[in-house]
Design a protein around this ligand. Structure first.
Ligand code: ZN
Length: 299
């Protein structure tokens, strides 16, 4: 009964606001969910960037979460806004970007709905808007380009200063041989599963070979794992990819592939947000050019 009431109340919060569909939006403009808890910057590139943990709003209307992690990913919203400008400068087009503006104490959109919104109607409405915007952007991208690339952008404070690249492969998976990484069981849970449909490369090559994201970071002397220089994370805590990349990329019916980027503290210092954004955009464009083709954004 309580679940039903929560659902009805969350629909009430969301219904007060007309939900814009990506295909009707103007690239580069912001569209908002109810109460301005969720922002969608419309795009026309086949790239979707989600920013779940950079928000700081703590409205009284939304009760505090009583369990789970509450740490803010400082600097990720600023880096994402710099990335929008850099993509525009490099390609003439905009990525689709979805921000949660609520503090994580109020909502965690990178968890399934119960842990994320904890039966709190306005939080659940915002949770649904956030994933609805990603769904809508994904549908628009796939409709135009046939496939899409999702980046879920985070920050971590692990002592090892490196970018942790989350493909939904855990430490144990990444400790395996390339042969085992190429088995169906590994591919089936990977966020690159939908890229495998188009790529002549093996799964292991895509994860840590010479054309992997980690290789592109290596070339810029930015430490990352998995990569040719650090094929597995070792014994440090490692973020392998959470709810968002799981929901929106590990799906047979989807044509979206993607990754979770966990940026280390140094890369997120405010004085570095511009250079970090330029580096990330360069890596993403290089990566999609290799695996998709030059001028992939004009297809
Ligand atoms: Zn995070």
């Amino acid at each position: 009964m309580k679940k039903y009431l929560v659902l009805v109340l969350s629909l009430f919060f969301a219904a007060a606001h007309a939900f814009p569909q990506s295909r009707n939006c103007v690239p580069g403009q912001s569209y908002w969910g109810a109460q301005h808890y969720v922002e969608y910057v419309a795009g026309d590139l086949p790239i979707i960037i989600s920013v779940p943990h950079g928000g700081s709003l703590k409205p009284e209307l939304v009760a505090d979460r009583t369990f789970g992690v509450n740490v803010k990913d400082n600097g990720t919203q600023e880096i994402a806004r710099e990335m929008i400008a850099e993509f525009k400068a490099r390609t003439g087009k905009y990525p689709h970007v979805i921000f949660s503006h609520l503090a994580r104490k109020k909502l965690d959109v990178n968890r399934e709905e119960f842990e994320g919104a904890q039966d709190n109607p306005p939080a659940l409405a915002a949770w649904n808007e956030y994933h609805g915007f990603i769904d809508s952007a994904s549908a628009a991208v796939v409709n135009i380009f046939g496939r899409g690339f999702l980046v879920d952008l985070h920050g971590q404070n692990n002592p090892e200063e490196r970018i942790e690249i989350g493909y939904r492969l855990e430490n144990d998976d990444l400790m395996m041989s390339d042969g085992d990484l190429n088995l169906k069981a590994s591919v089936e849970k990977s966020t690159l599963k939908n890229l495998m449909k188009y790529s002549p490369l093996s799964h292991a090559e895509l994860i840590r070979g010479s054309n992997s994201l980690g290789a592109l970071f290596d070339r810029r002397s930015v430490p990352s794992t998995p990569s040719p220089s650090q094929p597995s994370p070792g014994s440090y805590k490692f973020f392998s990819g959470g709810y968002t990349v799981g929901r929106h990329t590990v799906d047979d019916t989807s044509a979206v592939f993607g990754v979770q980027f966990e940026l280390n503290t140094e890369l997120r210092r405010s004085a570095r947000s511009h250079s970090t954004a330029v580096m990330l955009v360069t890596v993403i464009i290089d990566y999609l050019t290799i695996h998709w083709g030059p001028d992939f954004w004009n297809k």
